[in-house]
Ligand binder design. Structure first.
Ligand code: NAG
Length: 464
């Protein structure tokens, strides 16, 4: 048979101003150019290769002969994904054969041109290209087959950049994800909304884009052998002075705890997307890495989650919105296998000086209580995850890879989602939009459970 049966993807080609023109005219991508980062659109979105000197590359990157390390911008996924789709092994020119339709709209790059959106750009300017994209795709014959339910695209930023609810000039970002047509499509983002069904989270791109499976295996092998000096590490990015004193800020409590412990390595960086070398060095020398929510603004997620996995550092999460309800296609459902969960309220309680109760133990105490063999098992699980969370470089690949990467996992999941939708539509089962507010819960449902059933995290995702 046909190895591509059930896996065909049709690409809905768009005029170049929806994609390649934006990458080419990168000076206009304001956020990136302010820091002189036009270079980040280079090499199919991987950015410039890591220099082979000037960093302790033998320590950090295992020598340049293995290659594959770049200075990749965390919001470059629009370009990376499109470049990869072009080399997807099961493309078809016949849309009636396709299981899913990819729309190469650079939604993340588009919105970035008009951020920060408050006041500075009129809402009509911010929404212009989103509306034009919808007008284009909905007029195509391919749209009619399923009302766009089989269409997907990449918006390599957080969901809240695309969910502006007001049209009065206030609010943040554009309203792409609120458009009726786009509500039928699937948007791949680096942070999804827990309360909507039309976006899905995929890993942030990191700096590792290996060209062969062998590169990945060598890297994994090296991480297993590594001696790690500190118990835990905390990388604080772009933290303004003010928030650190906020008693309700989990981050500020973690900064205090980390600074006070000789077992913790604390690194602050004013730049929210720091050089890979610094962060890899920190994460490779620590057993556990702390990831509170709020890398930037109100975000639940941070790119450093994936930097830590790449360094074989066991992630410590404080809110299920940071990873467990996000990257459900890429990370194991049983989160205790590869990570530690310390509820935010435990950190806040300990920080309030309530030291008489056992529930108020510090992060360090909690981590020290984990037996060494359990730590070993978790680290092994983290290292095993690496192939699944990286975007490999397939440009010079001669044979198919034996290990699926983040792209393969995402495409497979989209196809599975669309296939189920198609079946539901045929059998007259319409998706209940009202239950979208439980979006976070769907992937966690066990056999025979309903989204309305109580869940231990309900209060953390209370919806109003
Ligand atoms: C969205 O999909 C439904 C079918 O599920 C269809 O009836 C509707 O027209 C689609 N919306 C748009 C804007 O095409």
């Amino acid at each position: 048979g046909d190895l591509c049966a059930g896996r065909y993807v049709y690409v809905q080609e768009l005029p170049p101003h929806f994609n390649s023109d934006m990458a080419r005219d990168c000076e206009a991508l304001s956020e990136w150019t302010e820091a002189g980062k036009c270079k980040h659109t280079a090499n199919g979105g991987f950015g410039p290769p890591q220099p082979s000197s000037g960093v302790e590359e033998t320590v950090l990157f295992q020598g340049q002969e293995t290659g594959g390390w770049y200075d990749t911008e965390e919001h470059a996924l629009d370009i990376i994904f499109h470049d990869r789709v072009k080399r997807y092994e099961c493309l078809t020119a016949d849309s009636s054969l396709a299981s899913a339709v990819f729309v190469p709209f650079y939604a993340g790059l588009d919105v970035a041109r008009h951020l920060p959106g408050k006041g500075r750009y009129h809402v009509a300017t911010r929404d212009e290209m989103a509306l034009a994209m919808v007008e284009f795709v909905t007029a195509r014959p391919e749209w009619r087959a399923l009302g766009g339910r089989d269409h997907f695209f990449v918006a390599g930023r957080g969901t809240w950049d695309f969910r502006r609810s007001q049209d009065d000039g206030g609010g943040w970002g554009n309203k792409l994800f609120l458009l009726p047509a786009v509500r039928n499509m699937t948007a791949l983002v680096v942070e999804a909304s827990p309360w909507h069904l039309n976006d899905a989270a995929v890993p942030y791109p990191t700096g590792f884009h290996p060209t062969t499976d062998e590169h990945v295996f060598l890297w994994q092998h090296r991480l297993r052998e590594l001696k790690r000096q500190s118990l835990f590490a905390f990388f604080v990015s772009g933290a303004p002075q003010g928030t650190e004193e906020d008693p309700k800020s989990v981050s500020s409590h973690l900064v205090k705890q980390c600074a006070a412990s000789s077992a913790c390595s604390l690194v602050r960086d004013e730049d929210s997307s720091p050089a890979a070398a610094g962060i890899m060095k920190l994460y490779q020398s620590s057993t556990f890495c702390l990831h509170p929510r709020g890398g930037a603004g109100d975000a639940y997620t941070r790119r450093s989650i994936f930097d830590a996995i790449l360094a074989g550092c066991i992630p410590v999460f404080f809110h299920p919105g940071t990873a467990y309800v996000q990257y459900t296609w890429h990370l194991p459902r049983d989160h205790a296998r590869y990570s530690v969960y310390i509820p935010e309220e435990d950190v806040l309680r300990a920080g309030a000086g309530n030291n008489n109760a056992s529930s108020s133990s510090s992060v360090e105490e909690t981590l020290r209580k984990i037996p060494p063999d359990a730590v070993e098992r978790m680290r092994a699980a983290v290292v095993e995850l690496i192939p699944t969370v990286i975007y490999a470089d397939t440009s010079s690949r001669l044979e198919a890879s034996s290990v699926p990467d983040a792209f393969d996992v995402a495409v497979e999941a989209v196809i599975k989602k669309v296939t189920k939708l198609r079946k539901d539509l045929v059998e007259g089962r319409a998706e209940d939009e009202k239950l979208g507010k439980f979006g976070w819960k769907y992937p966690l449902l066990g056999e025979g459970h309903k989204v309305e059933d109580p869940h231990e995290w309900d209060s953390l995702f209370a919806y109003n």
